[in-house]
Design a protein around this ligand. Structure first.
Ligand SMILES: Cc1cc2nc3c(=O)[nH]c(=O)nc-3n(C[C@H](O)[C@H](O)[C@H](O)COP(=O)(O)O)c2cc1C
Length: 260
């Protein structure tokens, strides 16, 4: 089983998306999958130019020379793709959308009916159906913040003729790392992410109860709000204190220069 995972968080390996993605991929590896993890932050991927050269002038190849050139054959041949993104303005991050747009050379320009709906056929019709999995985390507390993103990912799967394998969704995602550092009992969330990875490789699907544990409430909403707002206030106060210190130092330097 070949798995390609793309983490599109600007915080890369240190982010809250990685906190769920990494054990998920670990579970896949433990189940025998060969996993390649890519960070959009480290890749050069330009936005699609919309000239359709990849369909008409150089079929199957984008005319732009960047990292997508070497990646496309791997994306075509893999068994599972994992799209990992922080929730940005109710959807995927910009780099993830740019990545998906640049997968268009894998299809043909023609239009066919699939499940009574207009679709582009795959450039390689012999190809097996890939599975797409979603990993996301967000700042707000409620699970329904992911509804639009999950709906989008399901539509993308229909568009690319791929199977939607399910989603690991972590609301109030920032709390997970903070609670781990404090030694709070949240290890079961990471264990469930790892177990979901194992299930996907060994059983071909992830169990609803495992995914529910990944998404479970970490702390009551009122407590989360209070702590999140206190952290933001502390951060703002710290910035203000630094600004004041810098101003005092600059004033001292000016008066020392005047006295000299
Ligand atoms: C530009 C931007 C937009 C965001 N939009 C949302 C949003 O619509 N809903 C939400 O719950 N969190 C939103 N967030 C919060 C992130 O999803 C959250 O901080 C997440 O933990 C970041 O993951 P990362 O550490 O992997 O980058 C947004 C953050 C940024 C920077």
């Amino acid at each position: 089983m070949q798995v390609i995972a793309i983490n599109s968080s600007p915080n890369a390996a240190r982010g809250n998306t990685a906190a769920i993605l990494d054990p998920f991929l670990e579970g896949m590896r433990e189940a025998g999958a060969e996993v390649e993890l890519l960070y959009t932050k480290k890749l050069k991927i330009k936005p699609c130019r919309g000239d359709l050269n990849c369909w008409l002038r150089t079929p199957g190849k984008c005319s732009q020379k960047d990292d997508m050139e070497a990646l496309l054959p791997k994306l075509r041949d893999c068994d599972v793709m994992v799209f990992a993104t922080p929730l940005y303005v109710d959807g995927m991050s910009g780099p993830m959308k740019m990545f998906l747009d640049r997968m268009i050379p894998l299809g043909l320009p023609f239009v066919e009916l699939r499940d009574d709906h207009c679709r582009h056929p795959s450039r390689d019709p012999q190809l097996h159906q890939r599975k797409f999995a979603l990993v996301s985390n967000c700042g707000f507390w409620e699970l329904d913040n992911f509804d639009a993103l999950v709906g989008h990912m399901e539509a993308i799967c229909r568009n690319f003729d791929s199977e939607f394998a399910g989603a690991l969704l972590r609301p109030h995602g920032g709390a997970l790392r903070a609670m781990l550092e404090l030694g709070a009992p949240v290890q079961d969330v990471l264990d469930a992410a790892r177990e979901a990875g194992r299930q996907l490789i060994q059983e071909g699907k992830m169990r609803a109860e495992t995914l529910a544990t990944v998404s479970r409430e970490l702390l009551p909403r009122e407590v989360y709000l209070e702590r999140a707002n206190q952290n933001f206030q502390d951060a703002l106060d710290e910035v203000e204190r630094r600004r004041e210190r810098t101003q005092v130092r600059a004033a001292q330097k000016r008066s020392a220069t005047l006295q000299a």
